[in-house]
Design a protein around this ligand. Structure first.
Ligand SMILES: [Zn+2]
Ligand SMILES: [Zn+2]
Length: 396
């Protein structure tokens, strides 16, 4: 399915083909409309129920660390366990241990530094790494590809296996995790089945929430501190014929109304749309198609395509602290826009029709902007329009 669906089939991942379930079995497994695109609509909680019904309660759903039987030092006992697990003879199990046991993966001697690459290594990958490190030392170049990789890796792994400090924050066994992928900005989040749609809405960070409206060339000191998110609280998700509007605050407007009125004004063939309150629904309550592009809209007209790419049961290796969800695990690398003058600091202002600027629009950091456009007393020089600018690369 999507590049980032990584559900473990044994834990209810949906990204592999489903088990061939006899059609007479009465199971309501999601069926693929087109295998590469999306499933039919199905009820999220009912799907979780099916998995929980099929798996053995304590064992399969447990979020405790698995017993450390892998570290049994008694090799005879270990062989017996392996023979049982693999359905092979004791002899074969012993041979397997001799050929591919854990100790065979070790390449360092006691006390050796893993950062030091030995002179005469015959491992090709280590050779390449050695050359790369040497090259980096000689050129002092910033290795962007490497930085991006590190960034992506840290993003994905920062919460792996994390346990909550307070046991009340522990995720319950059998909880569902939905992978939620969003375009513009490109990011992937994990959200729990029991979480409300509003929890995801609050965690979606979009630069248009941070934009400050208005032109401030005459009064740059009065550019407001409050950001659009506080001013315009309306937003909706659209899933399967229903608009889920954020109605938590009295000033929230029903952004979906114009769309519904438009669709109903003529028979446009869209059928009847429903509306609901975003804060009244959890992801378990939804009927959705995995892989299908849905919509999140806020700030009146800032639209994001959202796709649920995977639904699976929680696993003991997951982040188990529910307060950390929705959990951002992937984010597109964004370049920060630098000040045109100093080429060093991130832009805070953007100007139009600027008599001092070689391009339109032109971006400035706060210091250069003021130095170039105002005299020592703070009087505006020349002609220009100035707007506060929030760089998409400066926030997470
Ligand atoms: Zn947006
Ligand atoms: Zn500058």
């Amino acid at each position: 399915m999507a590049e980032d669906s990584r559900g473990d089939p044994a834990c209810g991942g949906m990204d592999g083909r489903q088990d061939p379930v006899p059609s007479s079995g009465g199971f309501n497994f999601p069926e693929y409309e087109l295998p590469e695109l999306n499933t039919h609509a199905f009820h999220v909680a009912a799907f979780g129920e099916l998995w929980r019904g099929r798996l053995r309660g304590e064992g399969d759903l447990s979020l405790k660390e698995p017993p450390a039987d892998r570290e049994v030092t008694d090799s005879g006992c270990e062989d017996a366990a392996a023979a049982r697990d693999l359905g092979c003879s004791l002899e074969t199990a012993a041979e397997l241990r001799a050929v591919c046991g854990l100790d065979k993966l070790r390449c360092l001697e006691e006390g050796e530094d893993p950062e030091v690459i030995p002179e005469n290594t015959d491992l090709v990958t280590l050779g390449i790494r050695k050359r790369l490190l040497k090259h980096r030392e000689e050129t002092l170049r910033i290795d962007r590809a490497c930085r991006q990789e590190t960034f992506a890796y840290e993003m994905e792994s920062h919460a792996v296996g994390k346990k909550p400090e307070n046991s009340a924050d522990m995720i319950e066994e059998g909880e569902l995790i939905l992978s939620h992928k969003e375009h513009k900005p490109y990011q992937t989040m994990l959200v729990l089945g029991s979480q409300k749609l509003t929890e995801l809405r609050d965690s979606i960070c979009c630069v248009s929430d941070l934009q400050i409206g208005g032109e401030f060339s005459n009064t740059p000191d009065q550019a407001p501190e409050n950001i659009s998110k506080d001013l315009y609280k309306s937003a909706f998700f659209y899933f399967e014929g229903t608009f889920y509007n954020d109605k938590r605050y009295p000033e929230c407007r029903d952004l979906s109304r114009t769309i519904i009125e438009w669709s109903e004004s003529h028979d446009r063939g869209y059928g009847k749309f429903q509306t609901a309150k975003m804060e009244d629904f959890t992801f378990n309550d939804l009927y959705i198609k995995v892989g299908f592009p849905y919509l999140y809209c806020h700030q009146g007209d800032c639209e994001h395509v959202v796709v649920i790419t995977d639904i699976r049961l929680v696993h003991h290796d997951d982040c188990l602290d529910k307060t950390l969800y929705p959990l951002l695990i992937k984010k597109h690398w964004l370049w920060t826009r630098k000040c045109f003058v100093c080429k060093m600091f991130t832009a805070r202002w953007v100007t139009n029709n600027d008599s001092f600027a070689p391009q339109d629009p032109c971006f400035f950091c706060d210091v250069c902007f003021r130095m170039l456009h105002y005299d020592a007393e703070g009087n505006k020089l020349g002609e220009f329009l100035a707007y506060p600018y929030v760089d998409p690369g400066t926030f997470n």
